[in-house]
Design a protein. Structure first.
Length: 375
């Protein structure tokens, strides 16, 4: 091995010895309690048919986009789609990105300048952390959902200040006090950015729009790879923000744009979302059923969440993996979330509930889990 490979192997061995080594797994026939396909759109025959029809209605569309949007890869279809989605979420404008990671990275790395400040909830998604790191701004984190901690950091802020939170947190599934956070942010003249990746679906418009806050929240991220069953993301905000990102967001400028098929998939997913009342009701009922079936007083707690994401904390990697393996052997696709993805001592199994999960499967899953959470 080369010196570089010896170094890489050492790092991998360290990760294996700590129980944090990751491997890829192919798709399985297990019952899905793992994916972000909350409304079943990714597997929807109806959505697939709508997409096929939309592609057929545009027979001259290309297989690929051929380049970045600033060169050969822009389509009027993409610009019209941005307007449709922005109007749906009650924002003036939006800019499409190839993923939620790209969108957060592009926004935060280009937005704040040297002398400005970015304040992040301590449990914010890695994409926001990485975007903030790439900026030249001062960076602070505040205690999760803690208004007093946020205010203490706001008092330290200099220049233009941006506060970044999620409306539903991807690893805990909980919801912050958005209105309180917005009020304290505005009190100090700061700007709120909300990642809505895991909210849209359970909340068709996202929580920002549902609460009537879109005219006060500086920017919102909506992703299409979760409840909408596709891929990509949009950053919503003012028209001036859209123009700024088009000129300064490197993850937008220097990447090949989405293909027509991807754009058509997004448009048709929004069309289906407009008539997804039954799926949303089923999802809400399944969340309620799961929470009712899990023992609340136990050695290993169920985190407080009313979302599709339900987590039981086992406090170490080995225990979380052990329980996940047991559940997989019983036919349920449940995954362990281990450090360093989550903080040491908060390792867990993460159960994602969907509209298509049956009551029988939820009851069986809960029965098995209950056998171990008091062990």
């Amino acid at each position: 091995m080369t010196a570089a490979e010896i170094h890489l192997k050492k790092k991998l061995d360290e990760r294996k010895s700590s129980g944090a080594y990751r491997t890829l797994k192919p798709e399985s026939a297990l019952i899905d309690f793992c994916s972000n396909d909350y409304l079943g759109f990714a597997r929807s025959a109806i959505l697939k048919h709508l997409i096929d029809q939309e592609v057929q209605n545009h027979p001259h569309s290309l297989n690929g986009s051929t380049g970045s949007r600033l060169l050969s890869g822009n389509l009027q279809y993409a610009e019209d789609l941005e307007k449709i989605i922005a109007a749906h979420h009650q924002y003036p404008a939006g800019l499409l990105f190839n993923s939620g990671y790209d969108a957060n990275l592009g926004l935060l790395s280009s937005l704040a300048q040297r002398g400005d400040t970015i304040i992040l909830d301590e449990l914010i998604h890695a994409s926001a952390i990485d975007g903030a790191r790439l900026s030249y701004a001062n960076r602070y984190s505040f205690k999760h959902n803690d208004i007093e901690s946020l205010e203490a950091k706001l008092k330290l802020a200099k220049g233009n200040c941006y506060v970044v939170v999620e409306s539903i947190y991807s690893m805990d599934g909980d919801t912050p006090p958005l209105l309180d956070i917005l009020n304290i942010t505005e009190k100090y003249g700061a700007h709120l950015i909300v990642d809505e990746a895991h909210a849209v679906g359970l909340h068709p418009l996202g929580l920002v729009t549902e609460l009537g806050l879109s005219n006060r929240v500086f920017a919102s991220l909506v992703t299409f790879g979760k409840a909408l069953g596709g891929h990509g993301a949009i950053m919503l905000g003012s028209d001036i923000l859209r123009q700024y990102l088009t000129n300064f967001a490197r993850s937008f400028i220097y990447t090949t744009s989405a293909s027509f098929h991807q754009l058509a998939s997004i448009k048709m997913a929004y069309r289906l979302l407009n008539s997804a009342e039954e799926e949303i009701i089923s999802l809400k009922n399944n969340i309620k059923l799961f929470k009712e079936q899990i023992k609340q007083e136990s050695t290993y707690p169920l985190l407080n969440s009313d979302s599709s994401i339900q987590c039981i904390v086992f406090r170490n990697n080995d225990k979380a993996r052990e329980i996940a393996n047991i559940l997989q052997n019983k036919g349920f696709d449940v995954r362990a979330i281990v450090s360093p993805t989550v903080a040491v001592g908060t390792e867990r199994i993460r159960i994602c509930l969907h509209s298509f999960n049956t009551a029988s499967d939820i009851n069986k899953l809960a029965t098995i889990i209950n056998q171990f959470i008091n062990a």
